[in-house]
Write a protein that binds this ligand. Sequence first.
Ligand SMILES: N[C@@H](CCC(=O)N[C@@H](CS)C(=O)NCC(=O)O)C(=O)O
Length: 260
Amino acid sequence: MVGAQELDAKLYVIPGSHPAMAARRMLELKGIPYKRVDLMPVISRGALRVLRFPSNTVPSLSVDGRKLTGSRAIARELDEIRPAPPLYPAEPERSVAVEDAERWGEEILQPAVRRILWNALKRNRAPLASYAEGAKLGIPIGLAVKTAAPIVAAASRMNSADDAAVRHDLASLPGWLRRIDDWIAEGVLGSDPLNAADLQIGASLRLAMTLDDLRPAIAARPAGELAMRAIPDFPGEAPPVLPPAWLAPIREAEQAPAGA
Ligand SMILES: N[C@@H](CCC(=O)N[C@@H](CS)C(=O)NCC(=O)O)C(=O)O
């Protein structure tokens, strides 16, 4: 364990990136001061490669000369460096449950929310500026947004944010939300202190809640409350833009009585 004053931490993020926001909260909750470096999507890949991180995605963290990429790797490393408050429970059985939920959050929910967001931004780029609020991109936000069309197109392509995939994601969302509510009821998620799965899943839900299309389906349920607790502030707001037919499964789930 290393004292806070001795750490030299630099976190590389993209504005609006949910796993990057999870890493920001991990550092905050552990009281580790850090410098944040904001990168433009797509361009980030080259920058992280030049900086010799293990991979070219955000979040990437350099801490005391060590370089890490990935929200889960960062969570583990931070628990080593600064054990309190813990991101993984000490009891082995609980820790396995949290790690399973965290992995599901990274592998299933996180890419789905990313696809939905890029698909929405492809339809309307105007909300981009709201996601970049407070970011230092090296150029004025307005200019970054004006010139973002090729970046949005490339990011949509690289993340397979095509219509068929996103429609499938939206049809899966009601079941995913039930699963998260169940984990909260079982105590895997949502206890005190917040664990790595709370932050992983909470950040994805919180990003989803920046979309007016999705927020009503999430906000009022335990999953939505967890998201607000995990990530109280997440810049960004996107007005309705997804085809209503794609949202029908979510609207039905919204209207169904609790537990139905
Ligand atoms: N699954 C990874 C996230 C990897 C990832 O795809 N991050 C996105 C931002 S949310 C990224 O770096 N995108 C770069 C790009 O699209 O060029 C994690 O949890 O750390």
